[in-house]
Ligand binder design. Structure first.
Ligand code: ADP
Length: 563
């Protein structure tokens, strides 16, 4: 701005200077021309008196000092009425041509006197002629040559240029100072408090408008801040990850949950999402959402599975960016997987006994079985049917536990339950000469009697099934101030270390044929695990191959002791 003002002032000053110079020169020239013309007329008048009185003698005398010298200021010419030159101060009269056709001569002959101006071919010189008719009819003419304005200006070019340069330098200095002093108050304007300025009156409407806009912007900022805080409060407490991206994939906002998922800090705002997560698929999904409106993708992050839902954000009909929501679906995905596996396993487990029942029944139906073998085939049908019943019961129990539709808890004496399960299984143990014993005091836990019975029944049943003939099974119930523990210890085949964690999975068996032969379903320990979880109890397994297995369940202090 300072430069612009400086240039304008300088231009105005130089223009005014040039115009003034031209006008002054023109006026001065005109003034001196008039003075010169008047002088010339006076001189002509004086000369004409001389010529009237003395004729050419007077002219001879007057012109003697300049005779035929072209350096004289003026020139006198005496012309007869027919135009013949009688006398001339510069050139001998005989050498001069007839002047009858000269305008000033003709006009003087006609009107008594005349004034005429003629320019040289180069326009650098002009000649002023004054002529007067004398009483004898002759004409006396006086002339003087002078430079034209143009020639005068060219002649004075050097001083004019010098004046111009000096004036321009002076103007530049003044323009610089003026520009600075005009701009200084503008630079001092306090735009934060526009109404407190008194720089120029002309600026008042502008300053009032700025003040008004300040107030509007402040109000909008406050509203924006309020909304941002609201948004941050909501998103910060969200369990789901939330990322807002603009149309170029630059992060506008990211909540703490999303930062944890992508292992980024808050400095990632303003960076491209690609910098935070280089995964090709998720970046493709973002692009797809921007183009098509929505996309979904599942991916692992930090050993957890996430579902990423990405939706397009539109503003005034065009895509302005995307919002990415991340849900932790690890448990859901695991449950889905185990449900799929469970369904496949159940179908298989149900099919095997049914096929064997169908096979035996068909043989019997077609009379293909010898009379003495019939009991054996019927036995197969009964055993397989019994296995189906056990399997269905186990599945029902498991689904009850899965759905959490178990009956209400009540104080239950764990020792009593252990006694009851042992007495049910005593006969089966006796078949293989396995001794069963229960030790420990009456110990109360808060639980579901049926579930606890089933849990101990399964554990003791396994301890018999996977025992050696003539082995031992000992059930111990113990209690202290903090917990009640029941353990089932056997002297059986044991479980290899690599399978110890897996035996609680549904349908997992270390030795499938042994399990089947003893009527196992592969669901027993998984039911035990569920029942323990239902009672917030902790399960522990210690087993050594060839020595035996000890499985204990510790119930926390919800217990009640004694009766
Ligand atoms: P199953 O119906 O086959 O017994 P479980 O879920 O009860 O199914 O047990 C799973 C597997 O764990 C069994 O097949 C067996 O291989 C192993 N197992 C369970 N209890 C014992 C134990 N006391 N001693 C040795 N192995 C055991």
């Amino acid at each position: 701005m300072t430069k612009k003002i400086f240039r304008s002032i300088l231009l105005a000053a130089v223009s005014v200077l040039l115009a003034s110079l031209v006008v002054i020169m023109g006026c001065l020239y005109e003034y001196y021309r008039n003075v010169q013309e008047k002088q010339l007329r006076d001189e002509l008048r004086l000369a004409s008196y001389g010529v009237e009185a003395d004729g050419s003698g007077y002219l001879e005398q007057l012109a003697a000092p300049y005779r035929f010298a072209s350096i004289a200021d003026f020139r006198l010419t005496w012309i007869a009425a027919d135009g013949e030159v009688l006398f001339d101060t510069h050139v001998p009269a005989a050498e001069m041509e007839n002047h009858a056709d000269r305008a000033e001569v003709r006009q003087a002959l006609a009107e008594g006197e005349s004034v005429e101006v003629r320019y040289s071919k180069t326009l650098t010189e002009r000649t002023l002629y004054c002529a007067q008719r004398l009483s004898d009819g002759t004409v006396l003419r006086i002339s003087i040559s002078q430079l034209t304005v143009f020639a005068l200006a060219v002649g004075m070019l050097q001083p004019i240029l010098l004046i111009l340069i000096l004036a321009a330098v002076l103007s530049a200095l003044l323009a610089h100072r003026m520009a600075k002093s005009i701009v200084a108050p503008l630079n001092r304007l306090d735009l934060d408090r526009p109404l407190e300025n008194d720089a120029y009156e002309e600026l008042s409407p502008l300053l009032r408008r700025i003040h008004q806009q300040h107030r509007q912007i402040d109000a909008q900022l406050q509203e924006l801040r309020r909304k941002t805080e609201e948004f941050e409060q909501i998103t910060e407490n969200m369990g789901e990850g939330l990322v807002l991206l603009d149309r170029n994939g630059v992060i506008l906002s990211v909540n703490p949950a999303a930062r944890a998922i992508f292992q980024a800090d808050s400095a990632c705002v303003g960076q491209e999402f690609l910098v935070v997560d280089r995964d090709h698929e998720i970046n493709l999904a973002i692009q797809a959402a921007l183009e098509e409106g929505h996309s979904e993708i599942r991916a692992m992050r930090n050993n957890r599975e996430y579902q990423f839902d990405i939706s397009q954000i539109t503003s005034e009909g065009t895509a302005a960016g995307t919002v990415l929501l991340a849900f932790d679906v690890t448990e859901q995905a695991a449950a889905e997987r185990s449900r799929r596996e469970f369904t496949a396993n159940v179908s298989h487990e149900l099919k095997t006994p049914l096929q064997s029942i169908m096979g035996s029944a068909e043989l019997l139906e077609n009379g293909l079985v010898k009379q003495e073998d019939i009991p054996q085939f019927v036995g197969v049908i009964r055993t397989e049917a019994a296995r189906l019943v056990t399997l269905v019961e186990d599945i029902i129990h498991l689904s009850q536990l899965d759905e959490g539709t178990a009956p209400a808890k009540e104080p239950v004496n764990l020792r009593e339950i252990a006694d009851s399960a042992v007495s049910t299984l005593r006969e089966r143990a006796a078949e293989r000469r396995i001794s069963l014993s229960v030790t420990g005091e009456d110990s109360m836990v808060n639980g579901v009697r049926g579930f606890l019975y089933e849990m101990l029944y399964n554990l003791i049943d396994n301890a018999i099934k996977y025992n050696i003939d003539g082995g031992r099974v000992n059930v111990t119930v113990s209690a202290d101030d903090a917990a009640v523990t029941v353990s089932v210890k056997d002297t059986g085949i044991g479980i290899p270390p690599e399978y110890q964690a897996r035996v609680f999975e549904r349908f997992f068996r270390v030795d499938k044929s042994r399990s089947k032969a003893s009527g196992g379903t592969g669901l027993g320990l998984s039911i035990v695990k569920h029942i323990a979880q239902y009672h917030h109890a902790v399960l522990n397994l210690h087993s050594t191959v060839g020595t035996g297995t000890d499985i204990s369940i510790t119930f926390p202090n919800e217990r009640q002791t004694g009766q």
